[in-house]
Design a protein around this ligand. Structure first.
Ligand SMILES: [Zn+2]
Length: 389
Protein backbone atom coordinates (compact mmCIF):
# COMPACT_ATOMS: atom_id res chain seq x y z
CA UNK A 1 0.00 0.00 0.00
CA UNK A 2 0.92 3.65 -0.38
CA UNK A 3 2.75 5.74 2.19
CA UNK A 4 0.60 7.52 4.76
CA UNK A 5 1.34 11.05 3.56
CA UNK A 6 0.18 10.26 -0.01
CA UNK A 7 -2.57 12.62 -1.19
CA UNK A 8 -3.37 10.43 -4.21
CA UNK A 9 -4.84 7.42 -2.35
CA UNK A 10 -8.45 6.46 -3.12
CA UNK A 11 -9.42 7.41 0.45
CA UNK A 12 -8.04 10.95 0.15
CA UNK A 13 -9.49 11.51 -3.32
CA UNK A 14 -12.91 10.33 -2.13
CA UNK A 15 -12.65 12.44 1.03
CA UNK A 16 -11.99 15.62 -0.99
CA UNK A 17 -14.99 14.82 -3.21
CA UNK A 18 -17.20 14.38 -0.16
CA UNK A 19 -16.05 17.59 1.57
CA UNK A 20 -16.87 19.56 -1.61
CA UNK A 21 -20.54 18.58 -1.20
CA UNK A 22 -22.09 21.02 1.34
CA UNK A 23 -24.20 18.31 2.95
CA UNK A 24 -25.42 20.17 6.03
CA UNK A 25 -28.13 18.01 7.62
CA UNK A 26 -30.37 16.92 5.95
CA UNK A 27 -29.34 18.32 2.51
CA UNK A 28 -27.77 15.52 0.47
CA UNK A 29 -25.91 17.90 -1.89
CA UNK A 30 -24.61 14.99 -4.00
CA UNK A 31 -22.56 13.47 -1.20
CA UNK A 32 -24.27 10.08 -1.21
CA UNK A 33 -24.11 10.08 -5.04
CA UNK A 34 -20.30 10.23 -4.74
CA UNK A 35 -20.18 7.39 -2.20
CA UNK A 36 -22.57 5.34 -4.32
CA UNK A 37 -20.52 5.87 -7.50
CA UNK A 38 -17.30 4.88 -5.72
CA UNK A 39 -18.81 1.72 -4.20
CA UNK A 40 -20.69 0.61 -7.33
CA UNK A 41 -17.45 0.77 -9.29
CA UNK A 42 -15.86 -1.52 -6.67
CA UNK A 43 -18.57 -4.18 -7.02
CA UNK A 44 -20.98 -3.18 -4.25
CA UNK A 45 -24.74 -3.37 -4.73
CA UNK A 46 -26.05 -0.01 -3.56
CA UNK A 47 -29.59 0.85 -2.48
CA UNK A 48 -30.77 4.37 -1.71
CA UNK A 49 -33.57 4.49 0.85
CA UNK A 50 -35.41 7.67 1.75
CA UNK A 51 -37.26 7.73 5.07
CA UNK A 52 -39.57 10.46 6.31
CA UNK A 53 -42.29 11.11 8.88
CA UNK A 54 -42.36 10.74 12.67
CA UNK A 55 -42.17 14.48 13.09
CA UNK A 56 -38.96 14.96 11.15
CA UNK A 57 -37.71 15.86 7.67
CA UNK A 58 -37.04 13.33 4.87
CA UNK A 59 -33.57 11.77 4.83
CA UNK A 60 -31.55 10.09 2.10
CA UNK A 61 -29.70 6.94 3.21
CA UNK A 62 -27.41 4.47 1.47
CA UNK A 63 -27.02 0.74 2.05
CA UNK A 64 -24.25 -1.03 0.17
CA UNK A 65 -23.33 -4.69 0.30
CA UNK A 66 -20.96 -7.14 -1.38
CA UNK A 67 -20.62 -10.91 -0.94
CA UNK A 68 -23.25 -13.58 -0.40
CA UNK A 69 -22.00 -15.98 2.26
CA UNK A 70 -19.73 -16.22 5.27
CA UNK A 71 -19.19 -13.81 8.13
CA UNK A 72 -20.86 -10.42 7.80
CA UNK A 73 -19.25 -7.15 8.87
CA UNK A 74 -21.03 -3.79 8.82
CA UNK A 75 -19.48 -0.32 8.64
CA UNK A 76 -21.68 2.54 9.85
CA UNK A 77 -21.33 6.26 9.35
CA UNK A 78 -22.85 9.54 8.27
CA UNK A 79 -22.20 11.99 5.44
CA UNK A 80 -24.13 14.95 6.86
CA UNK A 81 -22.25 17.72 8.63
CA UNK A 82 -23.06 20.49 11.08
CA UNK A 83 -23.42 24.02 9.62
CA UNK A 84 -20.18 25.82 8.75
CA UNK A 85 -21.06 28.91 10.78
CA UNK A 86 -19.59 32.21 9.63
CA UNK A 87 -17.59 31.53 6.44
CA UNK A 88 -15.48 34.64 7.07
CA UNK A 89 -13.96 32.94 10.09
CA UNK A 90 -12.57 30.05 8.06
CA UNK A 91 -8.93 30.19 6.92
CA UNK A 92 -9.89 28.11 3.85
CA UNK A 93 -13.40 27.64 2.45
CA UNK A 94 -15.48 25.24 4.56
CA UNK A 95 -16.36 23.18 1.46
CA UNK A 96 -13.11 23.71 -0.46
CA UNK A 97 -11.21 20.55 0.60
CA UNK A 98 -8.04 22.56 0.11
CA UNK A 99 -4.84 20.65 0.81
CA UNK A 100 -1.96 22.52 2.42
CA UNK A 101 1.14 20.99 4.01
CA UNK A 102 -0.44 17.54 4.22
CA UNK A 103 -3.69 18.81 5.77
CA UNK A 104 -7.19 18.80 4.24
CA UNK A 105 -9.46 21.64 5.30
CA UNK A 106 -13.23 21.62 5.42
CA UNK A 107 -16.42 20.86 7.30
CA UNK A 108 -16.68 17.10 7.87
CA UNK A 109 -12.92 16.50 7.52
CA UNK A 110 -13.00 14.91 10.98
CA UNK A 111 -16.69 14.30 11.68
CA UNK A 112 -16.92 12.10 9.74
CA UNK A 113 -16.38 12.19 6.00
CA UNK A 114 -12.86 10.86 6.55
CA UNK A 115 -14.26 7.86 8.43
CA UNK A 116 -16.63 7.16 5.52
CA UNK A 117 -13.89 7.64 2.91
CA UNK A 118 -11.51 5.40 4.90
CA UNK A 119 -13.88 2.46 5.28
CA UNK A 120 -15.07 2.71 1.66
CA UNK A 121 -11.46 2.66 0.44
CA UNK A 122 -10.47 -0.14 2.82
CA UNK A 123 -13.43 -2.30 1.74
CA UNK A 124 -12.68 -1.67 -1.95
CA UNK A 125 -9.03 -2.57 -1.45
CA UNK A 126 -9.97 -5.73 0.45
CA UNK A 127 -12.30 -6.91 -2.33
CA UNK A 128 -9.65 -6.26 -4.99
CA UNK A 129 -7.01 -8.13 -2.97
CA UNK A 130 -9.24 -11.13 -2.09
CA UNK A 131 -11.71 -11.61 -4.95
CA UNK A 132 -12.36 -15.29 -4.15
CA UNK A 133 -12.78 -14.96 -0.39
CA UNK A 134 -16.07 -15.77 1.39
CA UNK A 135 -17.55 -13.03 3.51
CA UNK A 136 -20.00 -10.15 3.34
CA UNK A 137 -19.17 -6.48 3.76
CA UNK A 138 -22.03 -4.00 4.17
CA UNK A 139 -22.11 -0.26 4.72
CA UNK A 140 -24.96 1.68 6.31
CA UNK A 141 -24.54 5.40 5.65
CA UNK A 142 -27.04 8.05 6.62
CA UNK A 143 -27.30 11.77 5.93
CA UNK A 144 -28.90 12.51 9.31
CA UNK A 145 -26.75 11.92 12.34
CA UNK A 146 -25.99 15.47 13.43
CA UNK A 147 -29.60 16.63 13.91
CA UNK A 148 -32.82 14.66 14.54
CA UNK A 149 -31.45 11.14 13.85
CA UNK A 150 -35.06 10.00 13.34
CA UNK A 151 -35.05 9.00 9.66
CA UNK A 152 -31.45 7.84 9.53
CA UNK A 153 -29.51 4.87 10.90
CA UNK A 154 -32.34 3.68 13.16
CA UNK A 155 -34.72 3.13 10.24
CA UNK A 156 -31.94 2.00 7.91
CA UNK A 157 -31.08 -0.83 10.32
CA UNK A 158 -34.75 -1.86 10.58
CA UNK A 159 -34.92 -1.84 6.79
CA UNK A 160 -31.73 -3.95 6.48
CA UNK A 161 -33.18 -6.50 8.87
CA UNK A 162 -36.37 -6.70 6.80
CA UNK A 163 -34.17 -7.34 3.74
CA UNK A 164 -32.74 -10.37 5.56
CA UNK A 165 -29.34 -8.96 6.52
CA UNK A 166 -27.80 -10.41 9.70
CA UNK A 167 -24.57 -8.88 10.94
CA UNK A 168 -21.86 -10.52 13.03
CA UNK A 169 -20.06 -7.34 13.96
CA UNK A 170 -20.09 -3.61 13.21
CA UNK A 171 -17.63 -0.74 13.21
CA UNK A 172 -18.77 2.87 13.30
CA UNK A 173 -16.16 5.26 11.90
CA UNK A 174 -16.88 8.20 14.26
CA UNK A 175 -13.90 10.00 15.78
CA UNK A 176 -13.18 7.83 18.83
CA UNK A 177 -9.57 8.67 19.64
CA UNK A 178 -8.82 11.12 22.44
CA UNK A 179 -5.30 12.52 21.81
CA UNK A 180 -3.48 10.23 19.35
CA UNK A 181 -4.99 8.06 16.60
CA UNK A 182 -5.76 4.66 18.11
CA UNK A 183 -5.50 5.57 21.79
CA UNK A 184 -9.19 4.73 22.29
CA UNK A 185 -11.86 2.62 20.70
CA UNK A 186 -15.34 2.88 22.09
CA UNK A 187 -17.14 -0.32 23.04
CA UNK A 188 -20.17 1.36 24.57
CA UNK A 189 -21.90 4.64 25.20
CA UNK A 190 -23.85 6.07 28.06
CA UNK A 191 -27.56 6.62 27.61
CA UNK A 192 -29.17 10.04 27.85
CA UNK A 193 -32.52 11.59 28.70
CA UNK A 194 -33.59 15.24 28.95
CA UNK A 195 -36.63 16.72 30.59
CA UNK A 196 -38.43 19.87 31.70
CA UNK A 197 -40.08 20.12 35.11
CA UNK A 198 -42.97 22.53 35.36
CA UNK A 199 -43.79 23.97 38.79
CA UNK A 200 -47.12 25.78 39.05
CA UNK A 201 -48.01 27.86 42.13
CA UNK A 202 -50.17 30.95 42.55
CA UNK A 203 -49.21 34.52 41.73
CA UNK A 204 -49.47 37.20 44.40
CA UNK A 205 -48.08 40.27 46.14
CA UNK A 206 -44.85 39.60 47.99
CA UNK A 207 -46.23 41.55 50.98
CA UNK A 208 -49.08 39.04 51.29
CA UNK A 209 -47.37 35.66 50.77
CA UNK A 210 -50.16 33.68 52.49
CA UNK A 211 -52.44 34.58 49.55
CA UNK A 212 -49.97 33.13 47.02
CA UNK A 213 -48.03 29.88 46.44
CA UNK A 214 -44.44 30.58 45.54
CA UNK A 215 -42.95 28.06 43.05
CA UNK A 216 -39.39 29.40 43.45
CA UNK A 217 -38.43 27.60 46.70
CA UNK A 218 -39.82 24.39 45.21
CA UNK A 219 -37.66 24.86 42.11
CA UNK A 220 -34.64 25.58 44.29
CA UNK A 221 -35.25 22.50 46.45
CA UNK A 222 -35.77 20.40 43.36
CA UNK A 223 -32.51 21.63 41.79
CA UNK A 224 -30.64 20.62 44.94
CA UNK A 225 -32.30 17.23 45.25
CA UNK A 226 -31.81 16.38 41.56
CA UNK A 227 -28.17 17.44 41.68
CA UNK A 228 -27.25 15.80 44.97
CA UNK A 229 -29.11 12.48 44.91
CA UNK A 230 -26.63 9.90 43.72
CA UNK A 231 -27.81 7.76 40.81
CA UNK A 232 -25.17 5.02 41.22
CA UNK A 233 -21.45 4.43 41.83
CA UNK A 234 -20.56 3.54 38.26
CA UNK A 235 -20.34 0.07 36.71
CA UNK A 236 -17.63 -2.19 35.31
CA UNK A 237 -17.30 -0.27 32.03
CA UNK A 238 -18.90 3.07 32.88
CA UNK A 239 -18.42 6.02 35.16
CA UNK A 240 -21.21 7.00 37.57
CA UNK A 241 -24.45 8.26 36.03
CA UNK A 242 -24.95 12.00 36.33
CA UNK A 243 -27.72 14.58 36.24
CA UNK A 244 -27.09 18.21 35.36
CA UNK A 245 -29.67 20.93 35.94
CA UNK A 246 -29.21 23.05 32.83
CA UNK A 247 -31.67 25.89 33.42
CA UNK A 248 -34.14 27.38 35.91
CA UNK A 249 -36.56 29.96 34.50
CA UNK A 250 -39.23 32.01 36.21
CA UNK A 251 -39.22 35.04 33.91
CA UNK A 252 -40.34 37.37 36.66
CA UNK A 253 -39.15 40.97 36.27
CA UNK A 254 -40.84 42.44 39.36
CA UNK A 255 -39.27 42.11 42.81
CA UNK A 256 -42.59 42.52 44.63
CA UNK A 257 -44.52 39.84 42.74
CA UNK A 258 -44.54 36.15 43.62
CA UNK A 259 -44.47 34.41 40.23
CA UNK A 260 -47.18 31.96 39.23
CA UNK A 261 -44.91 29.31 37.74
CA UNK A 262 -41.45 28.32 36.69
CA UNK A 263 -39.54 25.52 35.04
CA UNK A 264 -36.34 23.58 35.39
CA UNK A 265 -34.45 21.81 32.59
CA UNK A 266 -32.14 18.84 33.12
CA UNK A 267 -30.10 16.27 31.26
CA UNK A 268 -29.03 12.85 32.57
CA UNK A 269 -26.19 10.68 31.25
CA UNK A 270 -26.72 7.17 32.55
CA UNK A 271 -24.82 3.88 32.55
CA UNK A 272 -25.84 0.24 32.11
CA UNK A 273 -27.55 0.10 35.53
CA UNK A 274 -30.45 1.98 33.95
CA UNK A 275 -32.96 1.90 31.13
CA UNK A 276 -35.68 4.38 30.09
CA UNK A 277 -38.39 3.14 32.48
CA UNK A 278 -36.07 2.88 35.45
CA UNK A 279 -34.67 6.36 34.95
CA UNK A 280 -38.16 7.87 34.50
CA UNK A 281 -39.22 6.26 37.78
CA UNK A 282 -36.21 7.74 39.51
CA UNK A 283 -37.13 11.23 38.24
CA UNK A 284 -40.73 10.85 39.41
CA UNK A 285 -39.61 9.87 42.91
CA UNK A 286 -37.53 13.07 43.15
CA UNK A 287 -40.59 15.13 42.18
CA UNK A 288 -42.62 13.51 44.95
CA UNK A 289 -39.96 14.62 47.45
CA UNK A 290 -40.61 18.30 46.70
CA UNK A 291 -44.37 18.14 46.35
CA UNK A 292 -45.96 20.89 48.49
CA UNK A 293 -49.62 21.64 49.08
CA UNK A 294 -51.03 24.02 46.49
CA UNK A 295 -48.06 23.69 44.14
CA UNK A 296 -48.30 21.44 41.09
CA UNK A 297 -45.12 19.70 39.99
CA UNK A 298 -45.09 17.84 36.67
CA UNK A 299 -42.49 16.99 34.04
CA UNK A 300 -42.19 15.99 30.44
CA UNK A 301 -39.46 14.25 28.55
CA UNK A 302 -37.73 16.05 25.66
CA UNK A 303 -36.94 13.78 22.68
CA UNK A 304 -36.48 10.03 22.93
CA UNK A 305 -34.28 8.28 25.48
CA UNK A 306 -30.95 7.21 24.00
CA UNK A 307 -30.31 3.80 25.54
CA UNK A 308 -26.97 2.89 27.01
CA UNK A 309 -25.15 0.01 25.33
CA UNK A 310 -22.02 -2.06 25.84
CA UNK A 311 -20.39 -4.59 23.49
CA UNK A 312 -18.68 -7.33 25.50
CA UNK A 313 -14.99 -7.85 24.76
CA UNK A 314 -14.76 -10.55 22.07
CA UNK A 315 -12.51 -12.05 19.42
CA UNK A 316 -13.77 -9.44 16.94
CA UNK A 317 -13.06 -6.54 19.25
CA UNK A 318 -9.56 -7.92 19.69
CA UNK A 319 -9.15 -8.04 15.91
CA UNK A 320 -9.87 -4.29 15.78
CA UNK A 321 -7.63 -3.70 18.76
CA UNK A 322 -4.72 -5.59 17.17
CA UNK A 323 -5.19 -3.78 13.84
CA UNK A 324 -5.08 -0.43 15.67
CA UNK A 325 -1.95 -1.46 17.53
CA UNK A 326 -0.19 -2.73 14.41
CA UNK A 327 -0.85 0.41 12.34
CA UNK A 328 -0.84 3.21 14.93
CA UNK A 329 1.48 1.74 17.56
CA UNK A 330 -1.13 2.54 20.22
CA UNK A 331 -2.62 -0.05 22.54
CA UNK A 332 -6.19 1.27 22.55
CA UNK A 333 -8.21 1.79 25.68
CA UNK A 334 -11.68 0.18 25.46
CA UNK A 335 -13.63 3.30 26.37
CA UNK A 336 -17.23 4.39 26.97
CA UNK A 337 -16.87 8.16 27.51
CA UNK A 338 -18.46 10.94 25.49
CA UNK A 339 -21.89 11.65 24.04
CA UNK A 340 -24.21 9.44 22.04
CA UNK A 341 -23.80 8.33 18.43
CA UNK A 342 -25.66 6.21 15.89
CA UNK A 343 -23.81 3.16 17.25
CA UNK A 344 -26.67 2.93 19.76
CA UNK A 345 -29.05 1.99 16.93
CA UNK A 346 -26.67 -0.64 15.53
CA UNK A 347 -26.14 -2.12 19.01
CA UNK A 348 -29.67 -3.61 18.79
CA UNK A 349 -28.53 -5.88 15.95
CA UNK A 350 -24.91 -6.91 16.66
CA UNK A 351 -21.86 -6.01 18.76
CA UNK A 352 -20.52 -2.63 17.66
CA UNK A 353 -17.39 -0.59 18.30
CA UNK A 354 -16.47 2.94 17.29
CA UNK A 355 -13.01 3.25 15.85
CA UNK A 356 -11.85 6.45 14.22
CA UNK A 357 -9.78 9.62 14.24
CA UNK A 358 -8.98 12.07 16.99
CA UNK A 359 -12.02 14.37 17.28
CA UNK A 360 -9.95 17.52 17.76
CA UNK A 361 -11.47 20.11 15.37
CA UNK A 362 -14.89 18.57 14.84
CA UNK A 363 -17.82 21.03 14.74
CA UNK A 364 -15.29 23.90 14.94
CA UNK A 365 -14.37 26.62 12.49
CA UNK A 366 -11.29 25.43 10.50
CA UNK A 367 -12.14 21.74 10.84
CA UNK A 368 -9.25 19.88 9.21
CA UNK A 369 -7.47 16.55 9.11
CA UNK A 370 -3.97 15.37 8.29
CA UNK A 371 -3.74 13.17 5.22
CA UNK A 372 -1.48 10.83 7.13
CA UNK A 373 -4.21 10.19 9.72
CA UNK A 374 -6.83 9.29 7.12
CA UNK A 375 -4.47 6.92 5.30
CA UNK A 376 -3.55 5.29 8.61
CA UNK A 377 -7.22 4.86 9.51
CA UNK A 378 -7.80 3.24 6.11
CA UNK A 379 -5.00 0.79 6.85
CA UNK A 380 -6.53 0.01 10.27
CA UNK A 381 -9.85 -0.87 8.63
CA UNK A 382 -8.09 -2.89 5.91
CA UNK A 383 -6.09 -4.84 8.50
CA UNK A 384 -9.31 -5.49 10.45
CA UNK A 385 -11.05 -6.85 7.34
CA UNK A 386 -8.07 -9.10 6.56
CA UNK A 387 -8.29 -10.76 9.95
CA UNK A 388 -12.08 -10.75 10.26
CA UNK A 389 -12.70 -13.18 7.39
ZN1 LIG B 1 -20.24 12.26 13.71
Amino acid sequence: MTVDSDAETPAIKLLCDLIRCPSVTPVEAGVLDRVEAFLTQCGFTCTRVVFDGDGSYAVDNLFATVGTRGRHILFGGHTDVVPEGNREHWTHGPFSAEILDGTIWGRGAVDMKSGVAAFCAAAAHHIQSNPEQDGIISLAITNDEEADSINGTKKLMEWAKEQGHRFDFAIVGEPSSAHILGDNIKIGRRGTISGIVHVKGKQGHSAYPYRAKNPVPVLARLATILSETKLDDGSKHFEASNLEVTSIDVENKATNVIPAEGRLNFNIRFNDHWDGDKIRNWIEQRLVEVTTEGVEVSWRQIAAVAQCFISPVSKDINIVRNAVEKISGQNPELATFGGTSDARFIANYCPVVECGLVGKTMHEVDERVEIEQVNKLTRIYFETLKNFF
